[in-house]
Ligand binder design. Structure first.
Ligand SMILES: Nc1ncnc2c1ncn2[C@@H]1O[C@H](COP(=O)(O)OP(=O)(O)OP(=O)(O)O)[C@@H](O)[C@H]1O
Ligand SMILES: [Mg+2]
Length: 269
């Protein structure tokens, strides 16, 4: 199957005090339609900058120069105009960020926020959008969705807010969902629920999933392939079972050694 996403020699460069710093150093990877791919690596290795490059979003308040090629459905995203890119964001490629509170509008009910996005992207009527919003909230496991739609973000728990963000991200049925550490702010049981939800939605909606984490334990059993990042490069890549069974790069071994083994068995093994 030809890839959905085909990243080649991607670079990202910030200007720090006028001095250019290359933080993503020429990485290449593919994601096939419907595939789940993990990105693992320690803090600062370039995972979020890579994810944001695919959305063509510079971190807030800074400018970044991208190089290389991001092939997506036969186009190079790095060459599209901002207007063309707006059609891709949300509709074709959607992203769930780490901090759900920062991504939601605190003074608008969650239902109204989802209605707005649906209407902007699909031109649904107000009534049809609300119907779809309620379906989406149900899909991500919010109970009594018709009632909860009128609640504001602060009336939801952290895990429920993350579910709302996932509902927003999948609302337009994107081809690719990027989840950047979607569960780090949550406790362990809620983490597992959210990851299971992402995987279920991936299968039900036929999306590809790019799942970013610093913790190998989190993605065991969740993704088919992994790219291990270190210092702005991909240092090892392969099927997750293979990496668990026989990591070749010392850095991958170090990451794996940090995975807690409650039952003495290898995670996912
Ligand atoms: N706005 C910015 N301006 C300058 N440098 C930045 C900016 N954002 C990120 N960087 C640098 O880019 C590198 C990669 O950062 P990135 O946020 O991608 O790391 P990460 O792998 O997502 O880490 P974490 O696991 O902590 O989220 C880091 O060295 C970081 O300092
Ligand atoms: Mg990050």
């Amino acid at each position: 199957m030809s890839p959905l996403l085909e990243v080649r020699d991607l670079t990202a460069q910030f200007a720090r005090d006028g001095v250019p710093a290359t933080v993503v150093k020429g990485i290449s990877f593919d994601i096939a339609p419907g595939e789940s791919v993990g990105f693992v690596g320690e803090s600062g290795c370039g995972k979020s900058v890579t994810a944001r490059a695919i959305m063509r979003l510079a971190p807030e308040g800074s400018s970044v120069a991208w190089g290389g090629r991001i092939g997506f459905r036969g186009q190079d995203l790095l060459t599209l105009s901002e207007r063309e890119m707006r059609d891709i964001r949300g509709r074709r490629i959607a992203m769930v960020f780490q901090d759900p509170m920062a991504s939601l509008n605190p003074v608008m009910s969650v239902g109204a926020q989802i209605d707005d996005i649906l209407r902007r992207h699909t031109g649904l009527s107000r009534k049809a959008a609300r119907q779809r919003t309620i379906e989406l909230l149900g899909l991500v496991g919010i109970r009594d969705p018709a009632i909860r739609a009128d609640d504001f973000p602060h009336q939801f728990s952290g895990g429920m807010r993350q579910r709302v963000l996932i509902a927003i991200a999948v609302s337009c049925q994107p081809d690719l969902l990027i989840a950047d550490e979607p569960t780090t702010a949550l406790d362990v049981t809620v983490q597992a629920q959210i990851l299971r939800l992402l995987n279920r939605l991936r299968r039900e909606l036929g999306m590809a999933l790019m799942l970013i984490t610093h913790d190998f334990g989190v993605i065991a059993g969740m993704v088919e392939r992994v790219n291990v990042m270190h210092g702005g490069e991909i240092v090892e890549a392969g099927p997750i079972d293979q990496l668990f069974a026989a990591p070749t790069h010392p850095y991958t071994r170090a990451l794996l050694a940090a995975v807690p083994r409650l039952d003495g068995a290898r995670p996912g093994g």
